[in-house]
Design a binder for this molecule. Structure first.
Ligand SMILES: N[C@@H](CCC(=O)N[C@@H](CS)C(=O)NCC(=O)O)C(=O)O
Length: 207
């Protein structure tokens, strides 16, 4: 059985939720923070990041969007990346969420990677918060366009990833209350059985 590697609080939660929604046959190995930089895990994923899926034949798949696409293709049923129109939009949403929105949190989580002095780090963080405001405004507007309970026309893996960033906002000076549809979405997600299972598997609580 393939193993999905996760860590508490991380974007790996999106893949963990997808595994729960699909009831896909994967082990979920939730590492303690720090284990991702140890030799044993670096031998699996030299990037030292989660998520990663290790297959029994030794192959390894990294990058959340790629793992979600693989899960959909391998275990998907109707509504999970099988419908072509939804699949296109889902791929677009996942690229946006992983490469733009997630990346914009970078200076917040690791300002030291962007500047060395405290003053410069504060400046970089302030710029990141402005950028994040733009992203959350766009996410809220996109959500409202779908006119339903989900980010796209029906439930998709974009919702699993969107849930992750609606949690991370709590750690920043931004407020989820400024984005009422996203707030209601987050509340709904936290009542979902699959989301609760994935949270428990990653030693996490609803926010
Ligand atoms: N581009 C990667 C990013 C993965 C990533 O940033 N993972 C974070 C957790 S959300 C991580 O493992 N951080 C630890 C580190 O980089 O040291 C993806 O989409 O999977």
């Amino acid at each position: 059985m393939p193993t999905l590697y996760t860590m508490p609080g991380t974007c790996a939660l999106s893949t963990n939720i997808a595994v729960a929604w699909l009831d896909a046959p994967l082990n979920v190995e939730n590492m303690a923070y720090g284990d991702h930089k140890k030799e044993a895990y670096l031998a699996i994923n030299p990037k030292g990041q989660v998520p990663a899926v290790a297959f029994e034949d030794g192959d390894v798949l990294t990058e959340a969007a790629a793992i979600l696409a693989w899960l959909g293709a391998e275990y998907g049923t109707e509504g999970y990346a099988r419908d072509k129109a939804l699949g296109r939009k889902e791929a677009e949403a996942l690229s946006y969420l992983t490469s733009e929105v997630h990346a914009a949190f970078g200076p917040h989580f690791a300002a030291r990677n962007f500047a060395s002095s405290k003053e410069a780090q504060d400046e970089v963080k302030a710029a990141a918060y402005d950028r994040l405001r733009g992203h959350f405004e766009r996410l809220e507007a996109n959500f409202n366009e779908s006119d339903g309970d989900w980010y796209l026309s029906e439930r998709s893996f974009a919702d699993a990833y969107l849930y992750v960033v609606t949690r991370w906002i709590e750690q920043t000076p931004l407020s989820i209350d400024d984005y009422p549809s996203l707030r209601a979405f987050r509340d709904r997600m936290q009542k979902d059985e699959g989301v609760r299972l994935a949270l428990a598997r990653q030693d996490m609580e609803p926010v």
